[in-house]
Design a protein around this ligand. Structure first.
Ligand SMILES: Nc1ncnc2c1ncn2[C@@H]1O[C@H](COP(=O)(O)OP(=O)(O)OP(=O)(O)O)[C@@H](O)[C@H]1O
Ligand SMILES: [Mg+2]
Length: 498
C-alpha cells in the first residue's frame, strides 16, 4: 500500500512539475545562446574553470572532441552543462549520453543535470533519472554500455553523443556512436581518463581526426591558485596521498593526476594487458582446479630502509593467493609475522598437534623463501632455520639473494633478473592469476629490462627504478621470488621455452 508520506511526496513532485510547465520559458528563447557560451553560463548561474570552458568551446567549434583527463577535475559537471546548452539552443535536437555503468549515468551525469534544473526554475523540459525530455524529437537519453547495441534510430540534424568515462566503454559503443553521427552538424564529445596504451580510447587519443584536450589535476584551480577555488574538485592533499601511496612516477599517478597514458615500450618488463588478464583470472577462479592440492610458497622481501615495506607473496600453483605488506617492524617482528601468516594458511600448529604419521593429512608442506640480500645477510634465514616449528616440521626455508648468480648463468645476469623474467613469461603466457593490486601492476609495468654486452638478460638497477617510481618495488620483488627461478609450476610448457 502507498503510504501517506509517499503520496504527499508524489503530490509535491507533481506540483513542482506543473509549476515548471506553467512557468517554463519557450525553448525558442534560448536559440540566441547557441554561440554565446558565457551568456548561457550566466543564465545557469554556473562558474566554469578555464579548462571546463575550453571543453565547451571545443564542442561548439568541432565535430569530434576528446578530453583526456585526470580524476575529479569537473568532467561530468561540464558534460552536464554542455548537454543542457545543446538541447536548449538547438530545437529540435538530441543527446545520447553513454557511460560504462548505470551509476555514472544516473547518480552522476543526470544528477548534475537535475541540479542545474533545480537552480533555474523556468528552464523548459522534464528531467528524469536518466533522461531530459522536451518533446518527441527533442530529448537527452542516458544509456549504459549494454543497451547501446540498440544505438540506432536516434538520428537528428542536431545530435550530440556524449561518452563519459570513455576509457571504460566497449568497442561496439564506439562503432555505434560513429554510425549515429552521420550528419554534418552531429558531434561526439568523449571524456575519459588515460588507460592502457592500446584499444579504441588510446587510438582516438592519437587520431588527428579528433580535436584533443588534456586536463591534468595540476591545472585545476585548487592547485594553481590562479582562479577561484572550487572546493569539490581535486585538492593538493589528495594528490599528496596518491603520490605517497603509488609513487609520483607510477603509472597510476601519471594517469589519475597527470592525465598521461602509460607508456608501453620494448624495454618494459610486463605489459598492462597481461596484468589485467592475470587479474581477470584471479576473479574468475579459472585456475582453481590447477591450484588445488599444490603446496604454498611464501616469499618474503624484508624492508631494509625506513620507507620500504616488507612484502609477502603467497603463491599456490598458478594463483597468487595473497600479497601483504607491512612496515615499522624490526627483523625479528617481521619473522614472527611471517610465521603467523604461514601458520594461518598452511596449518603449522595443527600439524604439530598430531603425530608425525598423521601430518600428511594437512597437505604438502609449504616452502618459505626469504630475501637475504641487501645488507641483512643470512641472519633472518638462519633465525628461521633455528625456529622450533620449522625444525620440528622440516619446513623448507630457502635463501634468496638477487645479486648472486642465476640458476642459468648463460642467460641471466643474476638471480633477480632470472626470477623477474620468469614472472614476465608466466604473465605473457597467461599462466598466473594476480590479486587486484594496482601497486603491484605499477611495479611490474614500470620495471625495465635489457641485455648486457654479453647478451645476458638484466634488469635496470633498482635505485633507478626507485627513483622513477618514487618508491621501492616491494610487491613485485616478493612476487618474483615466489614465482621462482624456474618452472615451479607449469601449465605444460618447459622453462627452456620461456
Ligand atoms: N565549475 C564547477 N562549479 C562547482 N562545482 C563543480 C564545478 N565543476 C565540478 N564541480 C563539482 O565537483 C565535483 C567533481 O566534479 P565531476 O564529478 O564533474 O568531476 P569528474 O572529473 O567527472 O570526476 P571523476 O574523475 O570522478 O569522473 C562534483 O561534485 C561537481 O558537482
Ligand atoms: Mg566523472
Amino acid at each position: 500500500m502507498t503510504s501517506p508520506a509517499a503520496l504527499e511526496q508524489l503530490r509535491d513532485d507533481l506540483g513542482a512539475l506543473v509549476l515548471r510547465h506553467e512557468r517554463a520559458r519557450s525553448v525558442t528563447e534560448f536559440a540566441r545562446y547557441a554561440d554565446d557560451l558565457n551568456g548561457f553560463a550566466a543564465l545557469l548561474g554556473v562558474h566554469l574553470w578555464t579548462k571546463q570552458h575550453e571543453v565547451w568551446q571545443a564542442v561548439h567549434d568541432h565535430r569530434l572532441v576528446r578530453v583526456r583527463s585526470a580524476q575529479s577535475v569537473g568532467k561530468t559537471y561540464v558534460a552536464a552543462v554542455i548537454i543542457v546548452w545543446w538541447l536548449l539552443t538547438h530545437a529540435p535536437s538530441k543527446v545520447i549520453a553513454i557511460a560504462g555503468t548505470e551509476k555514472q549515468i544516473r547518480d552522476q551525469l543526470f544528477s548534475e543535470i537535475r541540479s542545474l534544473y533545480a537552480r533555474v526554475e523556468d528552464l523548459p523540459g522534464d528531467v528524469h533519472v536518466q533522461g531530459l525530455e522536451l518533446g518527441p524529437d527533442h530529448f537527452a537519453r542516458g544509456l549504459v554500455g549494454v543497451e547501446t547495441g540498440t544505438l540506432t534510430g536516434f538520428h537528428s540534424r542536431h545530435l550530440l553523443v556524449v561518452i563519459d568515462e570513455a576509457h571504460a566503454v566497449k568497442p561496439f559503443v564506439w562503432d555505434g556512436a560513429f554510425r549515429l553521427v552521420s550528419g554534418a552538424a552531429n558531434k561526439i564529445l568523449a571524456i575519459g581518463n588515460p588507460g592502457p596504451s592500446a584499444g579504441r580510447w588510446f587510438e582516438i587519443n592519437q587520431s588527428p581526426a579528433w580535436h584533443g584536450l588534456t586536463i591534468s589535476a595540476l591545472d585545476t584551480p585548487n592547485l594553481t591558485g590562479a582562479e577561484p577555488a572550487i572546493p569539490e574538485l581535486v585538492s593538493q592533499v589528495s594528490i599528496d596521498d596518491l603520490a605517497r601511496e603509488y609513487g609520483i612516477g607510477s603509472p597510476t599517478f601519471r594517469s589519475a593526476v597527470l592525465a598521461e597514458f602509460a607508456e608501453e615500450s620494448e624495454e618494459q618488463l610486463c605489459r598492462r594487458d597481461w596484468c589485467d588478464r592475470a587479474i581477470a583470472a584471479w576473479h574468475s577462479g579459472a585456475f582453481e582446479p590447477l591450484a588445488q592440492g599444490q603446496p604454498l610458497t611464501f616469499a618474503l622481501d624484508i624492508a631494509r630502509f625506513g620507507a620500504d615495506h616488507s612484502a609477502l607473496a603467497v603463491l599456490q600453483g598458478p594463483i597468487v593467493r595473497e600479497l601483504l605488506t607491512w612496515h615499522g617492524y624490526d627483523t625479528m617482528q617481521t619473522l614472527e609475522r611471517l610465521m603467523q601468516e604461514v601458520d594461518k594458511r598452511a596449518g603449522l600448529q595443527g600439524r604439530l598437534r598430531v603425530s608425525p604419521a598423521k601430518r600428511a593429512g594437512f597437505g604438502k608442506l609449504p616452502t618459505i623463501i626469504v630475501d637475504a640480500g641487501g645488507g641483512l645477510g643470512a641472519g633472518p634465514v638462519d633465525a628461521l632455520h633455528r625456529h622450533p616449528v620449522i625444525q620440528e616440521l622440516g619446513v623448507p626455508v630457502e635463501e634468496f639473494n638477487g645479486g648472486r648468480a642465476a640458476n642459468d648463468p648463460r642467460r641471466f645476469l643474476n638471480a633477480r633478473a632470472e626470477r623477474y623474467w620468469y614472472t614476465r613469461k608466466r604473465l605473457e603466457l597467461g599462466q598466473l592469476a594476480l590479486p587486484p593490486e594496482p601497486k603491484l601492476v605499477d611495479e611490474l609495468i614500470s620495471t625495465k629490462w635489457g641485455r648486457n654486452e654479453r647478451g645476458l638478460i638484466k634488469l635496470e638497477p633498482k635505485d633507478e627504478l626507485r627513483l622513477r617510481l618514487g618508491r621501492s618495488p616491494d610487491l613485485a620483488d616478493a612476487l618474483s621470488m615466489a614465482v621462482g627461478p624456474e618452472s615451479r609450476y607449469s601449465l605444460g610448457c618447459s622453462t627452456a621455452a620461456l
